[in-house]
Write a protein of this length. Structure first.
Length: 426
């Protein structure tokens, strides 16, 4: 039996832990490497102390964007194409990562082999773990057979909490009954960040967003807890840390924006994070919208809103230039443009729905531009045969296959948040 454990955080980097309101001008240089931590150290035995149950608090808010995009035949066609990819390829029972993305796109109604996806994931991939005297449920990073389930900590739980599932829903794991909340309790008990030693359950800051968001969405106000390591934790501290990392790693982009100049993409700062930092941003949006952190964190999210509207035309211009210069890489570049645009729509409309940012008239036009880019990108990928030849692509470039499936799911989520067909639950 194994309990999720983690790496030793580089204390010099995390001297930022929660404490002070760090302002924008304190970020690193443009060419700085992404913040990273040493390899995780696995915990192989359960702690002796019992960790008492913590009651979950379901989200009180289900908000739609205040600036919905107008639907059109072209947008509906794009959604049909992207949705077809999700319904076929994200429903692969041998790919739990993809199934979790199907849940993000379609919600609790998503099915795998004719059964609801969330109970399927528990029945097929979840594990029962004893923490103290509690029998809880978690998902492994990789199964004993080598199937990758959660490349990021709590990826499945994040999907479940994001789509508004009832935490008290009963699921079955190895013929035992559990609540979805038992996975949340496992995450709570095994999440830790020791300010003195630097030890943490996360691999790196890039590993944090899924788990921190999942905890925040079902967390009671003012949540404090003690992890299985005996580490005293607070949800406010986790929120402040994550927003600080986002802010610090975005500093090169902020300075380019203030100078009225574009930036280059060199995998620097936030651009080196998963999906260009979109998950770090969305995790931060969720925890701040949920009420964790403070006024400084809300202000930092407002600035992130400015950055997103500055960033969109810059990055689209970079993709357009790269395609002209390297037409032989068009398929991969168009795939990356789909990734960026779908995640951008997700992020921005979550910011707007939560009241964390109010776009001006020019920025409102960018909202329309983003929809048009999503439509044109989908059309181009369809014309190139990308969506109709995914099985062949998988044999030649598995990562491109995963990108097209996962990013189709995020594009559906982003477009439907943009039209108001889906809600931001927090």
């Amino acid at each position: 039996m194994s309990i999720r454990g983690g790496p030793v955080f580089i204390l010099a980097m995390i001297g930022l832990i929660i404490i002070l309101a760090i302002k924008w001008g304190m970020g690193g240089d443009d060419d700085a490497e992404p913040i990273d931590f040493p390899d995780p150290v696995e915990q192989t035995s359960a702690p002796p102390a019992d960790i008492g149950p913590v009651e979950v608090t379901a989200p009180a808010n289900r908000k739609k964007t205040p600036l919905p995009a107008t639907s059109s035949p072209d947008l509906e066609q794009a959604l049909a194409v992207l949705g077809g990819v999700v319904d076929q390829h994200a429903a692969d029972p041998a790919n739990p990562w993809a199934v979790a993305h199907g849940v993000i796109a379609r919600g609790e109604s998503f099915t795998v082999s004719g059964e609801p996806a969330i109970p399927f994931l528990y029945k097929t991939y979840a594990e029962v773990t004893t923490v103290g005297e509690q029998r809880l449920v978690s998902f492994p990073r990789t199964t004993a057979a080598g199937v990758e389930v959660e490349p990021h900590t709590d990826l499945v739980l994040k999907a479940i909490t994001e789509v508004g599932a009832d935490p008290h829903t009963v699921v079955h794991v190895h013929d035992e009954e559990f609540e979805l909340a038992d996975t949340w309790r496992h995450s709570l008990a095994t999440t830790y960040l020791d300010k003195e030693s630097g030890d943490s359950s996360y691999d790196s800051p890039n590993d944090m967003p899924w788990g921190v968001q999942a905890l925040a969405i079902w967390a009671p106000k003012g949540l404090r807890w003690t992890s299985f390591t005996g580490t005293e934790m607070t949800m406010d501290d986790m929120a402040k840390l994550m927003v600080h990392v986002l802010t610090s790693e975005s500093d090169f982009m902020f300075r380019s924006m203030m100078a009225g100049q574009p930036f280059e993409k060199k995998r620097q700062g936030i651009l080196a994070y998963t999906c260009g930092g979109a998950h770090m941003l969305q995790g931060s949006i969720a925890v701040v919208a949920r009420g964790f952190g403070g006024d400084d964190e809300r202000e930092k999210m407002r600035i992130q809103g400015q950055l997103m509207f500055y960033r969109f035309p810059v990055e689209i211009g970079i993709y357009e230039g790269a395609i002209k210069e390297h037409p032989e890489h068009k398929l991969i570049l168009m795939s990356q443009q789909l990734k960026f645009t779908g995640h951008w729509l997700e992020s921005v409309h979550k910011l707007l729905a939560a009241g964390l940012y109010e776009p001006n008239a020019v920025e409102q036009q960018t909202l329309n531009d983003a929809i048009n880019v999503l439509i044109s990108t989908t059309k181009e990928l369809k014309a190139m045969g990308a969506f109709d030849n995914l099985a062949e692509i998988d044999t030649q470039n598995h990562q491109l296959y995963l990108d097209l499936v996962g990013d189709s799911a995020h594009a559906v989520r982003g477009a439907e948040l943009a039209t108001g067909a889906q809600e931001f639950v927090y």
